[in-house]
Design a protein around this ligand. Sequence first.
Ligand code: AKB
Length: 316
Amino acid sequence: MPTKDKILVIGSSGQIGTELVQNLREIYGIDGVIASDVKVTEQAKDGPFEVIDVMNASALLEIVKRHQVTEIYLLAALLSATAEKMPKFGWDLNMQGLFNVLDLAKEKIIKKVYWPSSIAVFGPNTPKVDTPQYTIMEPSTVYGISKQAGERWCEYYFNKYNVDVRSLRYPGLIGWKSAPGGGTTDYAVHIFHEALKTGKYECFLSENTTLPMMHMEDAINATIGIMQADASKVKIRSSYNLGGFSFSPKEIAAEIQKHIPNFSISYNPDSRQQIADSWPQSINDEYARKDWGWNPKYDLKSLTINMLENLKKNYQ
Ligand code: AKB
């Protein structure tokens, strides 16, 4: 096995991957990080890139061996809203992809795995406020069921095969460098683009739907933070609760109006409302803070300023 870290990011052209690859390359160098997705994307211009279908275990193995990969960040997945439209494919992709990567670590071909979980592991019977790490879960979406099952498998591979797998339960993620795709929390990114572009936004969730959210910069720091933490500090091998702050569409609209007074919002809830209603409103992340030093930087006020300042350049 090579001594130098060589990282493969699978599903690298999505909302998280786009920023994660940039940040990892600042740490490990351009050639230390291989980006990969199911098809060639713009990212291929920036450094090593492979086309990978994570469902194809033998093709994945060939690429891992050829590049002498030591760590995999597995981001390829169907998110909550898309998986409801394609339940069988959502389950297959989210589970088989995870097994293919965990098995590489079980066989000691790679050393470490990062796999994202989500607040979607919680369900309608979960306590909604300050949701604890350990509580009733019972997810009611395909995505949530696949994430909860995935968490159980991660812990199982750690206990049974000593696989060094690390995971975070992301809330809704908001960033200006990349677009979200297929999630229930996507509105919280779209709203900024529409505020700057048209001055108005029609929200697919109702005005008082409070959900846990986080700036992408904080999410990336948490991801790299847990991956770089000493193994002894990563005590939870299913997935850690990760909290940022919480708001409703009405509250974020009011925050945007402080900067764009004419901005207006209307509400037209669709099928994503039911998904949002099954999720927590805020997250207790005391274990992440205690075990490996998680500490987010952004709140709603600073996130709004940061998003508007950066996105403004696109619309001037
Ligand atoms: C989604 O909305 O599906 C995701 C998530 C919370 O995991 N952003």
